[in-house]
Design a protein around this ligand. Structure first.
Ligand SMILES: Nc1ncnc2c1ncn2[C@@H]1O[C@H](COP(=O)(O)OP(=O)(O)OP(=O)(O)O)[C@@H](O)[C@H]1O
Length: 655
């Protein structure tokens, strides 16, 4: 029963038990899975020029000279193939002529010499083609990769939240390798196609009936090759899921962190049993495919044999009836054999090109979601960011993360955003930073005289240049300590004096300088010169990075969650003094002791600004802020006086 089910859907019981079915990746390149299997012979022929166009365009923009060399080498090889056939015909004409053999050999000598010269030319052209494609391939790959990765970094953050876009961005990674492979496949395809065209031209010029003969023999062979290639492809597809599942199991067996459970819980028995079952199923599948393949080959071979038989019969008739000289018949046989022998490899290469083209197409998708590169300049200098009636819903979410939010962030002030988990603080910070665009409402960047630009209209590169960010989950780059700070301004050349100043401002300079390798220490264990930093040390490094950016608007999300009490107090004081120097500091924190000195506090509740004001005003008002602050104070055994009046949910614009 179990066996019957396995045979039916090709999933082993072990896969069902361990993975709940097939083990598939949630990635967009699966979208192309099976595309080739669905493709017909005619469609493939139509797709071929498109594919060649893609490669030619990529090659032309990367290195026009190398591409021109490559094309010339290919055309040259086609011409030598054509002239080669003419020379063969010349040799055969002399050999089949009347007269003594010695004379015939002497007379065929010029054609033989021409044949030798053409072989030499073919070898030289082939070497040139190899050199040119070797020069072009890495350039094409680099050009496509650079274009793709640049486009990826310019995709709207909001778009990256959409599952479809995410999958396409992921899929593009596979396309960057495709460019190189498509180029080398195109060279192979061009080689075969050009030499076949040359053979066709020569045959047609020798006798009109020879060209249809070539086609009649080539077509069944081509059909057979397409079927075989498709079957091979399907077999590969079938193997993918199983191979993935098997390699996942085997990986666990050698993983150090699984070593304990593998021994103590006997997990290895389950894994090895799964391995045996899956491998057995794969072998069964392979046997089935091999039998099917053999049947296809037999049918294709029979058709091709019949077509050849018919053609050679016709050739025989032409020769015996005197319609065709013997030498031309000989040339025709050589040409037909040469051309059809390469047909299978042609079809396989076109197949692979098609697959590669689909993946290459994915690299173009990122550009569709790009942040506009033009826009109005920001007021100079920008003094404040005003969120007016801003609402925002994440793609795929059912409830808005922000609803009608009004917030003003001014330079020279600390603006605190507080509220329960999930109330919208981080989302608001991203909206203020221009990373997310509001669904409704506006975000204005205002200047000293009230002039203002809405973020959608603004030159976003200027918006980003004005913002420093310390996200809750800021990246821990597996690089040196210096690079981890300098990457805060990746668009500027590194200035070590500023890196050190930023590290000092974040209280991490002494730590780094105390390391064996100092600034060149890689802040990741597992590398030479690698060190392991604690959570708090990382947080200081992140702070140093955002300070190094030296932007007029600094948004910090939980910058002290991992710091010890002294370091935390220190960090808040530094933020305060940064605001004193004219920076707008937006501080998201759950440590309400720190917000007490903020110029403005916005309390978010379920995406709304529930309260706002200074610490004193909010404590007097009672309400959410008072409740949160009192609760925190109570943890330290500090009893606070009750508020003088009830909470107000009125949204007055502060100052
Ligand atoms: N990328 C996302 N996709 C969908 N929903 C999201 C995404 N990020 C956040 N949300 C949702 O938006 C709401 C606000 O989240 P946000 O991260 O802004 O809250 P927060 O106030 O910063 O919370 P915390 O204090 O836990 O950091 C939450 O309900 C959250 O589930």
């Amino acid at each position: 029963m179990r066996g019957a089910q396995e045979a039916e859907d090709g999933i082993s019981a072990a896969e069902r038990e361990l993975f709940g079915g097939r083990l598939r990746w949630d990635q967009a390149y699966i979208e192309h899975e099976g595309a080739l299997a669905r493709m017909r012979f005619g469609q493939m022929a139509v797709a071929l020029p498109r594919m060649v166009g893609v490669v030619l365009r990529a090659g032309w923009s990367a290195d026009p000279r190398a591409l021109a060399g490559l094309v010339i080498a290919q055309i040259g090889q086609g011409l030598t193939a054509g002239f080669g056939l003419v020379a063969v015909n010349g040799v055969l004409t002399q050999l089949f002529a009347e007269g003594p053999t010695a004379d015939k050999l002497r007379q065929s000598l010029p054609a033989l010499l021409a044949l030798a010269a053409l072989s030499l030319a073919t070898a030289l052209l082939s070497a040139w083609s190899t050199a040119m494609s070797g020069r072009l391939e890495p350039q094409v790959e680099r050009a496509v990769s650079t274009r793709y990765y640049r486009a990826v970094t310019q995709v709207e953050v909001q778009a990256t939240e959409e599952a479809d876009v995410q999958r396409h961005l992921e899929a593009g990674k596979f396309g960057t390798d495709s460019a190189r492979r498509m180029l080398s496949l195109s060279v192979g395809v061009a080689n075969v196609v050009i030499s076949m065209v040359a053979a066709a031209v020569v045959l047609a010029s020798l006798h009109w009936a020879l060209l249809p003969m070539l086609l009649v023999i080539a077509l069944p062979k081509g059909w057979g090759a397409v079927r075989s290639a498709r079957r091979e492809y399907l077999s590969r597809l079938h193997w993918i899921d199983h191979r993935r599942a098997v390699s996942t199991l085997l990986q666990y067996l050698t993983m150090p962190h699984a070593a304990g459970e593998i021994r103590v819980h006997a997990a290895s028995s389950l894994l090895l049993r799964g391995y045996a079952e899956m491998s057995g199923l794969m072998e069964t599948e392979q046997r089935r495919l091999a039998r099917a393949q053999a049947r296809t080959d037999l049918v294709a071979g029979a058709f091709s044999g019949l077509a050849s038989l018919g053609c050679y019969g016709m050739l025989w008739w032409l020769l015996t009836s005197g319609g065709l000289p013997l030498a031309v018949g000989g040339t025709a046989v050589v040409a037909i054999r040469n051309s059809t022998a390469r047909l299978t490899s042609l079809v396989q290469q076109v197949n692979r090109m098609y697959e590669e083209m689909l993946q290459l197409g994915d690299t173009e998708l990122a550009a569709r979601h790009a942040i506009p590169t033009t826009g109005a300049p920001l007021p100079s200098p920008a003094r404040s960011i005003q969120a007016a009636n801003v609402s925002f819903t994440y793609p795929g979410a059912t409830t808005p993360a922000l609803r009608g939010v009004n917030v003003t962030v001014r330079r020279g002030e600390v603006t605190a955003l507080v509220g329960a988990n999930g109330s919208g603080k981080t989302t608001l910070a991203k909206v203020l930073a221009g990373l997310l665009l509001p669904g409704d409402g506006h975000v204005w960047w205002a200047g000293p005289r009230g002039e203002r630009v809405e973020v959608r209209e603004a030159d976003r590169s200027q918006v980003f240049a004005s913002v420093g960010l310390l996200a809750q989950d800021f990246p821990h780059w597996q690089m040196t300590a210096a690079a981890n700070i300098a990457i805060g301004a990746g668009d500027r050349p590194r200035d070590m004096a500023e890196v050190k100043a930023a590290a000092r401002a974040a209280d991490v300079a002494d730590l780094i300088e105390g390391l064996d390798q100092g600034w060149d220490s890689i802040v990741f264990k597992g590398y030479e010169r690698g060190v392991q930093l604690s959570g708090g040390q990382w947080q200081k490094l992140g702070t140093a990075r955002s300070r190094y950016r030296d932007a007029p608007f600094l948004l910090v999300d939980e910058p002290t969650s991992a710091l010890d009490p002294h370091a935390e107090i220190d960090a808040f004081e530094r933020l305060r003094s940064l605001a004193g120097d004219g920076t707008a500091v937006v501080l998201i924190t759950h440590r309400l002791a720190a917000t007490a000195s903020a110029d403005h506090i916005y309390v978010l509740d379920q995406g709304r600004v529930a309260e706002h004001g200074t610490h004193g005003q909010l404590m007097t008002a009672g309400g959410l802020y008072h409740g949160m602050y009192t609760a925190q104070a109570a943890q330290y055994g500090i009893a606070l006086p009750a508020p003088r009046r009830n909470a107000s949910s009125e949204h007055k614009e502060p100052r």
